[in-house]
Every structure is written in C-alpha cells, then in structure tokens.
Design a protein around this ligand. Structure first.
Ligand SMILES: Cc1cc2nc3c(=O)[nH]c(=O)nc-3n(C[C@H](O)[C@H](O)[C@H](O)COP(=O)(O)OP(=O)(O)OC[C@H]3O[C@@H](n4cnc5c(N)ncnc54)[C@H](O)[C@@H]3O)c2cc1C
Length: 395
C-alpha cells in the first residue's frame, strides 16, 4: 500500500492500544475509537494483574507462543517505561493426590512451552515459598510476575499519540460498512473512512464484528469473576501468587491468591454467568445481553453439560462463607473475617455455536476488517506479541 494508510482501531483496551501503537508512525494514520471516557475501562481494568509465564497452554497454540513472547516484551517494556513489574513467582498447588497427575501434565506442558526456572515442590518446599499454604505437591514458576495492566495500557496510549495517532474516547462505534477496499465507520457523531479496521472490542467483540459483516459466531458469553480482598493485616499470609490445579474442562484457572503491585492480596476470581456484559455487580442486568446469551445455541449446550459447576460457582458468589471455604483448602487458617472488600471483572468468553468454549486466541479477517474474536487471559500478558502477530501483513 502506498501513500498515507488510514487505520481505525475499535477498542482502547490493552489489545486495541497495543495494535495501534505498533501501527502508528510515518505513513500510517491511526485513529482509536472507544465508547468509554478512559482507556482500559473493561477487562483490562478489571483483571488479576498477573503476567503469565505460559504454564498451561496447549502445545503449539497461539496462547502458548504469544504468551511466551509477550511476557518477555512486556517485561522489557515495563523496564523502559518505569512501570512496576514484580517477579514474585507463582506456586501451583495440588491439595489432593488425585490432582497430582494433572499438576504433572501442566509441568510437562510448561517445560514444552519453554517456561524457565520451573521447580517441583514437596509439601515442605511449598512452605519455603508460602509458609501458610498447604498442599501435597507443588510447581513453582519464578518468572510469573505482577503488573498494573492499566498503567501499561495508558503508556501504550501515550505511545500512540506520540507517534501521531489519535485517540477518540467517549466515541461508540455504531455502524461499519465495507465498501470495496475501504471501510466507513460511524462513531459518535462522525463518519470516518479507513483503509483498514481492526476490531478489539472485548466484551462487545462479536457484536462489533457482526456490524462489519463477520460471522455470527463465536458469540461472547460474559462470565463475571468476583474477588474478595484480604484485610491488610492478614495479607502477609500470602507472599506471591498461589494457584490451584485447573480443571481441564474449563478455560478458567480457578480461584487463586493474587498479590497486587500495590501490596493488597485478592482471592478470586470465580466464574459466574453474568446477566450484563459490562455488569460488575451481581444485581446488574441488561435484558438484551441476557436474552442473547440464552438464545445462543452454544450456550444451551454448555448449560446442559456444565450446570453442576454453575451451581457450585453461584453458591460461592452468593455466600462469602462458601467462597472462603473453597480458598481455605489452600490456606487453612483463612476465615471469613480475614476478607473485607469485594470487586469483580467480566470475562469475554467466546462460545462456538456447537457449545465449545473457544480456548485459543481467535482472529478473523474479512477484507479490510480484522476482528479479534477471542482474547481471554493471558491476552493482557501477550498484548505486544498479539499486536505483532495481528499486524503481520496487515498493511
Ligand atoms: C477477571 C479477569 C481476570 C483476568 N486476569 C488476567 C491476568 O491475570 N493476566 C492476563 O494476562 N489476562 C487476564 N485477563 C484477561 C485480560 O484482562 C484480557 O484478555 C484483556 O484485557 C483483553 O483486552 P481487550 O483490549 O481485548 O478488551 P477490553 O479491555 O475489554 O477492551 C475492549 C474495549 O472495547 C471498547 N468497545 C466495545 N464496544 C465498542 C464500541 N461499539 N465502540 C467503541 N468501543 C467499544 C470497550 O469500551 C473496551 O474499552 C483477565 C480477565 C478478567 C476479566
């Protein structure tokens, strides 16, 4: 392509801004459009803040490749920009003998993915890292880190503007029309014409992609993840990150203990079907969101298969005691009095029409429009690598 290329990016979350900063520069005019007033308002601003080292992801998946590359790029970027990035390490803990074979599977995957410094832990060695945590076996990843992804996203936004790009916040995209080689986009009260459009709309990614004529599926099903915050005087019970052995049937990692860069320790997130895509409280309900979830054929299949798990998660959501009891399997001295604050994030989980939870990152291309259709965890960790991958051959 010759001359000035006009690129539109929908979404000022960590993925949209990583893509925008990669493209902005001489000969490329980048405009980022977001409906919210600030960057990183949704998933990017409501996550666990963990830079994942790449333990879990299936061999040769995009997640495995882009997470490993992404964490290295992220660490260097944070060093360059003076953003706190703390390698506090992660301990994955098996609490029963039945979980040990699955822990070994994770170790094998992690070694295949090239995760550095892994160490198997005996119960005594678990206590060397985490004196209050109990388990029958553990796996330690020293390079797993914590970071403030909103600070990273703000820095990406600064890079975009410094490279001559434009950030239009409070600007919802309501219409996308492909017209030969170009795309017309109505956003706020203006009509833009772009040579390329990249959709990174997170919880709305299926709707925005459909506006551009992309396939109906996968649909986004929102899963709220609730966290309880440990009282500051009890935060010393956890040093770094403590994770369960995940259930391979689900794409979520399970309730974990997460130390944040500000020193607080959170317990969570669980995974409860959300009745609003951007609903951070249990009481939030958007009728259109719920109706679309229930009407999606894939959701009905998923619900029939996994209703038991849904009931368990719902119980933990409704009862602090039940939530704490789950966490107590790892930290026996934890009581309901040790937690006070509560907050939540909502995951955009893509679900195929046949009820398959889409596990890997998924990106679709339709003429001049590229749409990120699934970018769940570890997409924040992988953002710079996802941007490299997505931008290959884009212009
Ligand atoms: C509870 C939870 C815990 C997580 N923990 C981790 C973790 O520890 N480590 C990790 O690597 N990842 C984690 N993730 C995943 C990570 O947060 C996401 O993968 C990442 O933030 C996705 O970024 P995004 O830019 O695609 O989406 P978002 O951050 O959701 O951004 C999408 C943007 O699109 C905008 N938008 C939507 N529709 C429109 C429209 N019509 N017009 C204009 N703008 C629009 C939205 O306003 C939003 O700003 C977690 C996620 C959750 C929810």
């Amino acid at each position: 392509m010759t001359g000035e290329t006009r690129v539109g990016v929908v979404g000022a979350g960590i993925i949209g801004l990583a893509v925008a900063r990669r493209l902005a520069g001489p000969g490329v005019e980048v405009t980022v459009l977001d409906k919210e007033a600030t960057v990183g308002s949704h998933q990017t601003g409501h996550n666990s803040g963990v830079a994942h080292a790449g333990l879990y992801y299936p061999r040769d998946s995009l997640k495995a490749r882009l997470c490993r590359r992404g964490i290295g790029l992220l660490k260097d970027y944070c060093a360059d920009r003076g953003i706190p990035y703390v390698e506090c390490g992660k301990t994955v803990v098996a609490v029963t003998e039945e979980e040990v074979p699955r822990l070994r599977d994770i170790e094998e995957r992690a070694r295949h993915n090239g995760v550095p410094g892994l160490r198997r832990l005996s119960p005594e060695e678990i206590r060397e890292h985490e004196p209050h945590i109990r388990g029958v076996a553990g796996l330690h990843s020293p390079s797993t880190a914590i970071v403030d992804f909103v600070a990273v996203t703000r820095a990406y936004a600064e890079d975009v503007v410094a490279a001559g790009g434009t950030l239009l916040l409070g600007t919802p995209v309501t219409s996308i029309t492909r017209d030969g080689d170009v795309v017309h986009v109505v956003a706020g009260d203006r009509r833009h014409t772009f040579d390329r459009l990249v959709v990174c709309a997170g919880l709305q990614s299926d709707r925005v992609a459909r506006l551009a004529g992309d396939d109906e599926g996968p649909a986004i099903v929102p899963f709220r993840g609730e966290y309880l915050t440990m009282r500051p005087d009890r935060a010393h019970l956890v040093n770094g990150l403590v994770y369960p052995v995940p259930d391979p049937r689900y794409p979520f990692l399970g309730v974990h203990f997460t130390r944040r860069v500000d020193g607080t320790v959170d317990i969570g997130p669980n995974a409860v079907l959300s009745t609003a895509r951007e609903g951070y409280r249990r009481s939030d309900l958007v009728v259109r969101d719920l109706a679309e979830t229930l009407a999606w054929p894939g959701f009905r299949r998923l619900a029939r298969q996994h209703w038991r798990m849904g009931v368990t998660e719902m119980r933990g959501s409704l009862s602090r005691r039940a939530f704490v009891a789950g966490a107590r399997r790892y930290l026996p001295e934890l009581t309901a009095a040790d937690v006070d604050g509560r907050h939540a994030g909502v995951r955009a989980q893509a679900l195929d029409r046949d009820g398959t939870l889409v596990d890997d990152f998924r990106i679709s291309r339709l003429g001049p429009v590229t749409a990120v259709r699934n970018a769940p965890s570890p997409a924040a960790t992988s953002s710079l690598a996802i941007a490299e991958h997505l931008c290959e051959g884009l212009l």
